[in-house]
Design a protein around this ligand. Structure first.
Ligand SMILES: CC(C)(COP(=O)(O)OP(=O)(O)OC[C@H]1O[C@@H](n2cnc3c(N)ncnc32)[C@H](O)[C@@H]1OP(=O)(O)O)[C@@H](O)C(=O)NCCC(=O)NCCS
Length: 180
């Protein structure tokens, strides 16, 4: 398990799946805001790639996020689009509603940076998020990500086009313990 100061990132367990489905993916608005594709219901027992991990997929590393204190499941995190030529990847995360606003998101981003830069030897990490997602923007910026641009009207979300912000962090600018 990869450990931050409050949360750990571990493998997806079978009994995480119903909790994540009910609390994260069955929330139509949250899914529409996070996924970049239309919400559709997820059948119990289906092999949906958002929940069920395929270890053969080398470029996509999903984690379940747990509290270090007690091991309770609090969300998901992923390093995706891993490009070993350009040594870059994207990061993503989603916390269960009751676990938001407690500093976990900032900690998850820190652990994903450690995984990307130290474990995987990458040199660039990237995040795209809706421009009104203050908690995600702040979680990224506290870890040193900088805003590199705005993708105007790039996301169709529940009846309207919204802007996305593109943020990037280079390993040379990464300060592992700084949460500015
Ligand atoms: C986005 C998300 C991962 C952030 O994680 P979090 O644990 O809620 O965020 P944190 O508690 O670490 O807060 C980070 C910062 O944002 C601020 N913040 C938290 N919630 C906020 C909100 N609703 N509005 C404005 N600021 C907020 C915090 O005060 C903190 O700022 P600080 O460091 O200056 O104190 C989480 O809220 C979430 O899973 N949301 C739903 C899914 C989602 O949006 N995923 C990202 C898709 S790209």
């Amino acid at each position: 398990m990869l450990k931050g100061s409050k949360v750990g990132l571990r493998a997806r367990h079978e009994d995480d799946i119903p909790v994540l489905r009910a609390e994260l993916y069955d929330d139509v608005v949250n899914s529409a805001r996070s996924e970049g594709r239309p919400w559709r219901p997820m059948t119990p027992g289906s092999e949906d790639s958002r929940l069920v991990v395929d270890d053969r997929e080398q470029g996509h590393v999903p984690f379940s996020v747990v509290e270090l204190d007690g091991g309770t499941l609090v969300g998901t995190a992923v390093l995706s689009n891993i490009d070993n030529h350009n040594r870059s990847a994207h990061i993503g995360l989603g916390l269960l509603p009751a676990s938001r606003g407690k500093g976990y998101g900032t900690d998850v981003v820190a652990v994903l940076c450690h995984y990307g830069f130290v474990v995987r030897g990458l040199q660039r990490l990237q995040i795209e998020t809706l421009s009104d997602n203050a908690a995600m923007l702040r979680s990224a910026e506290r870890n040193g990500f900088v805003r590199e641009g705005v993708l105007r009207s790039s996301a169709w979300v529940m009846g309207e086009f919204l802007d996305e912000v593109l943020l990037g962090l280079l390993v040379r600018d990464w300060k592992p313990d700084a949460k500015g």
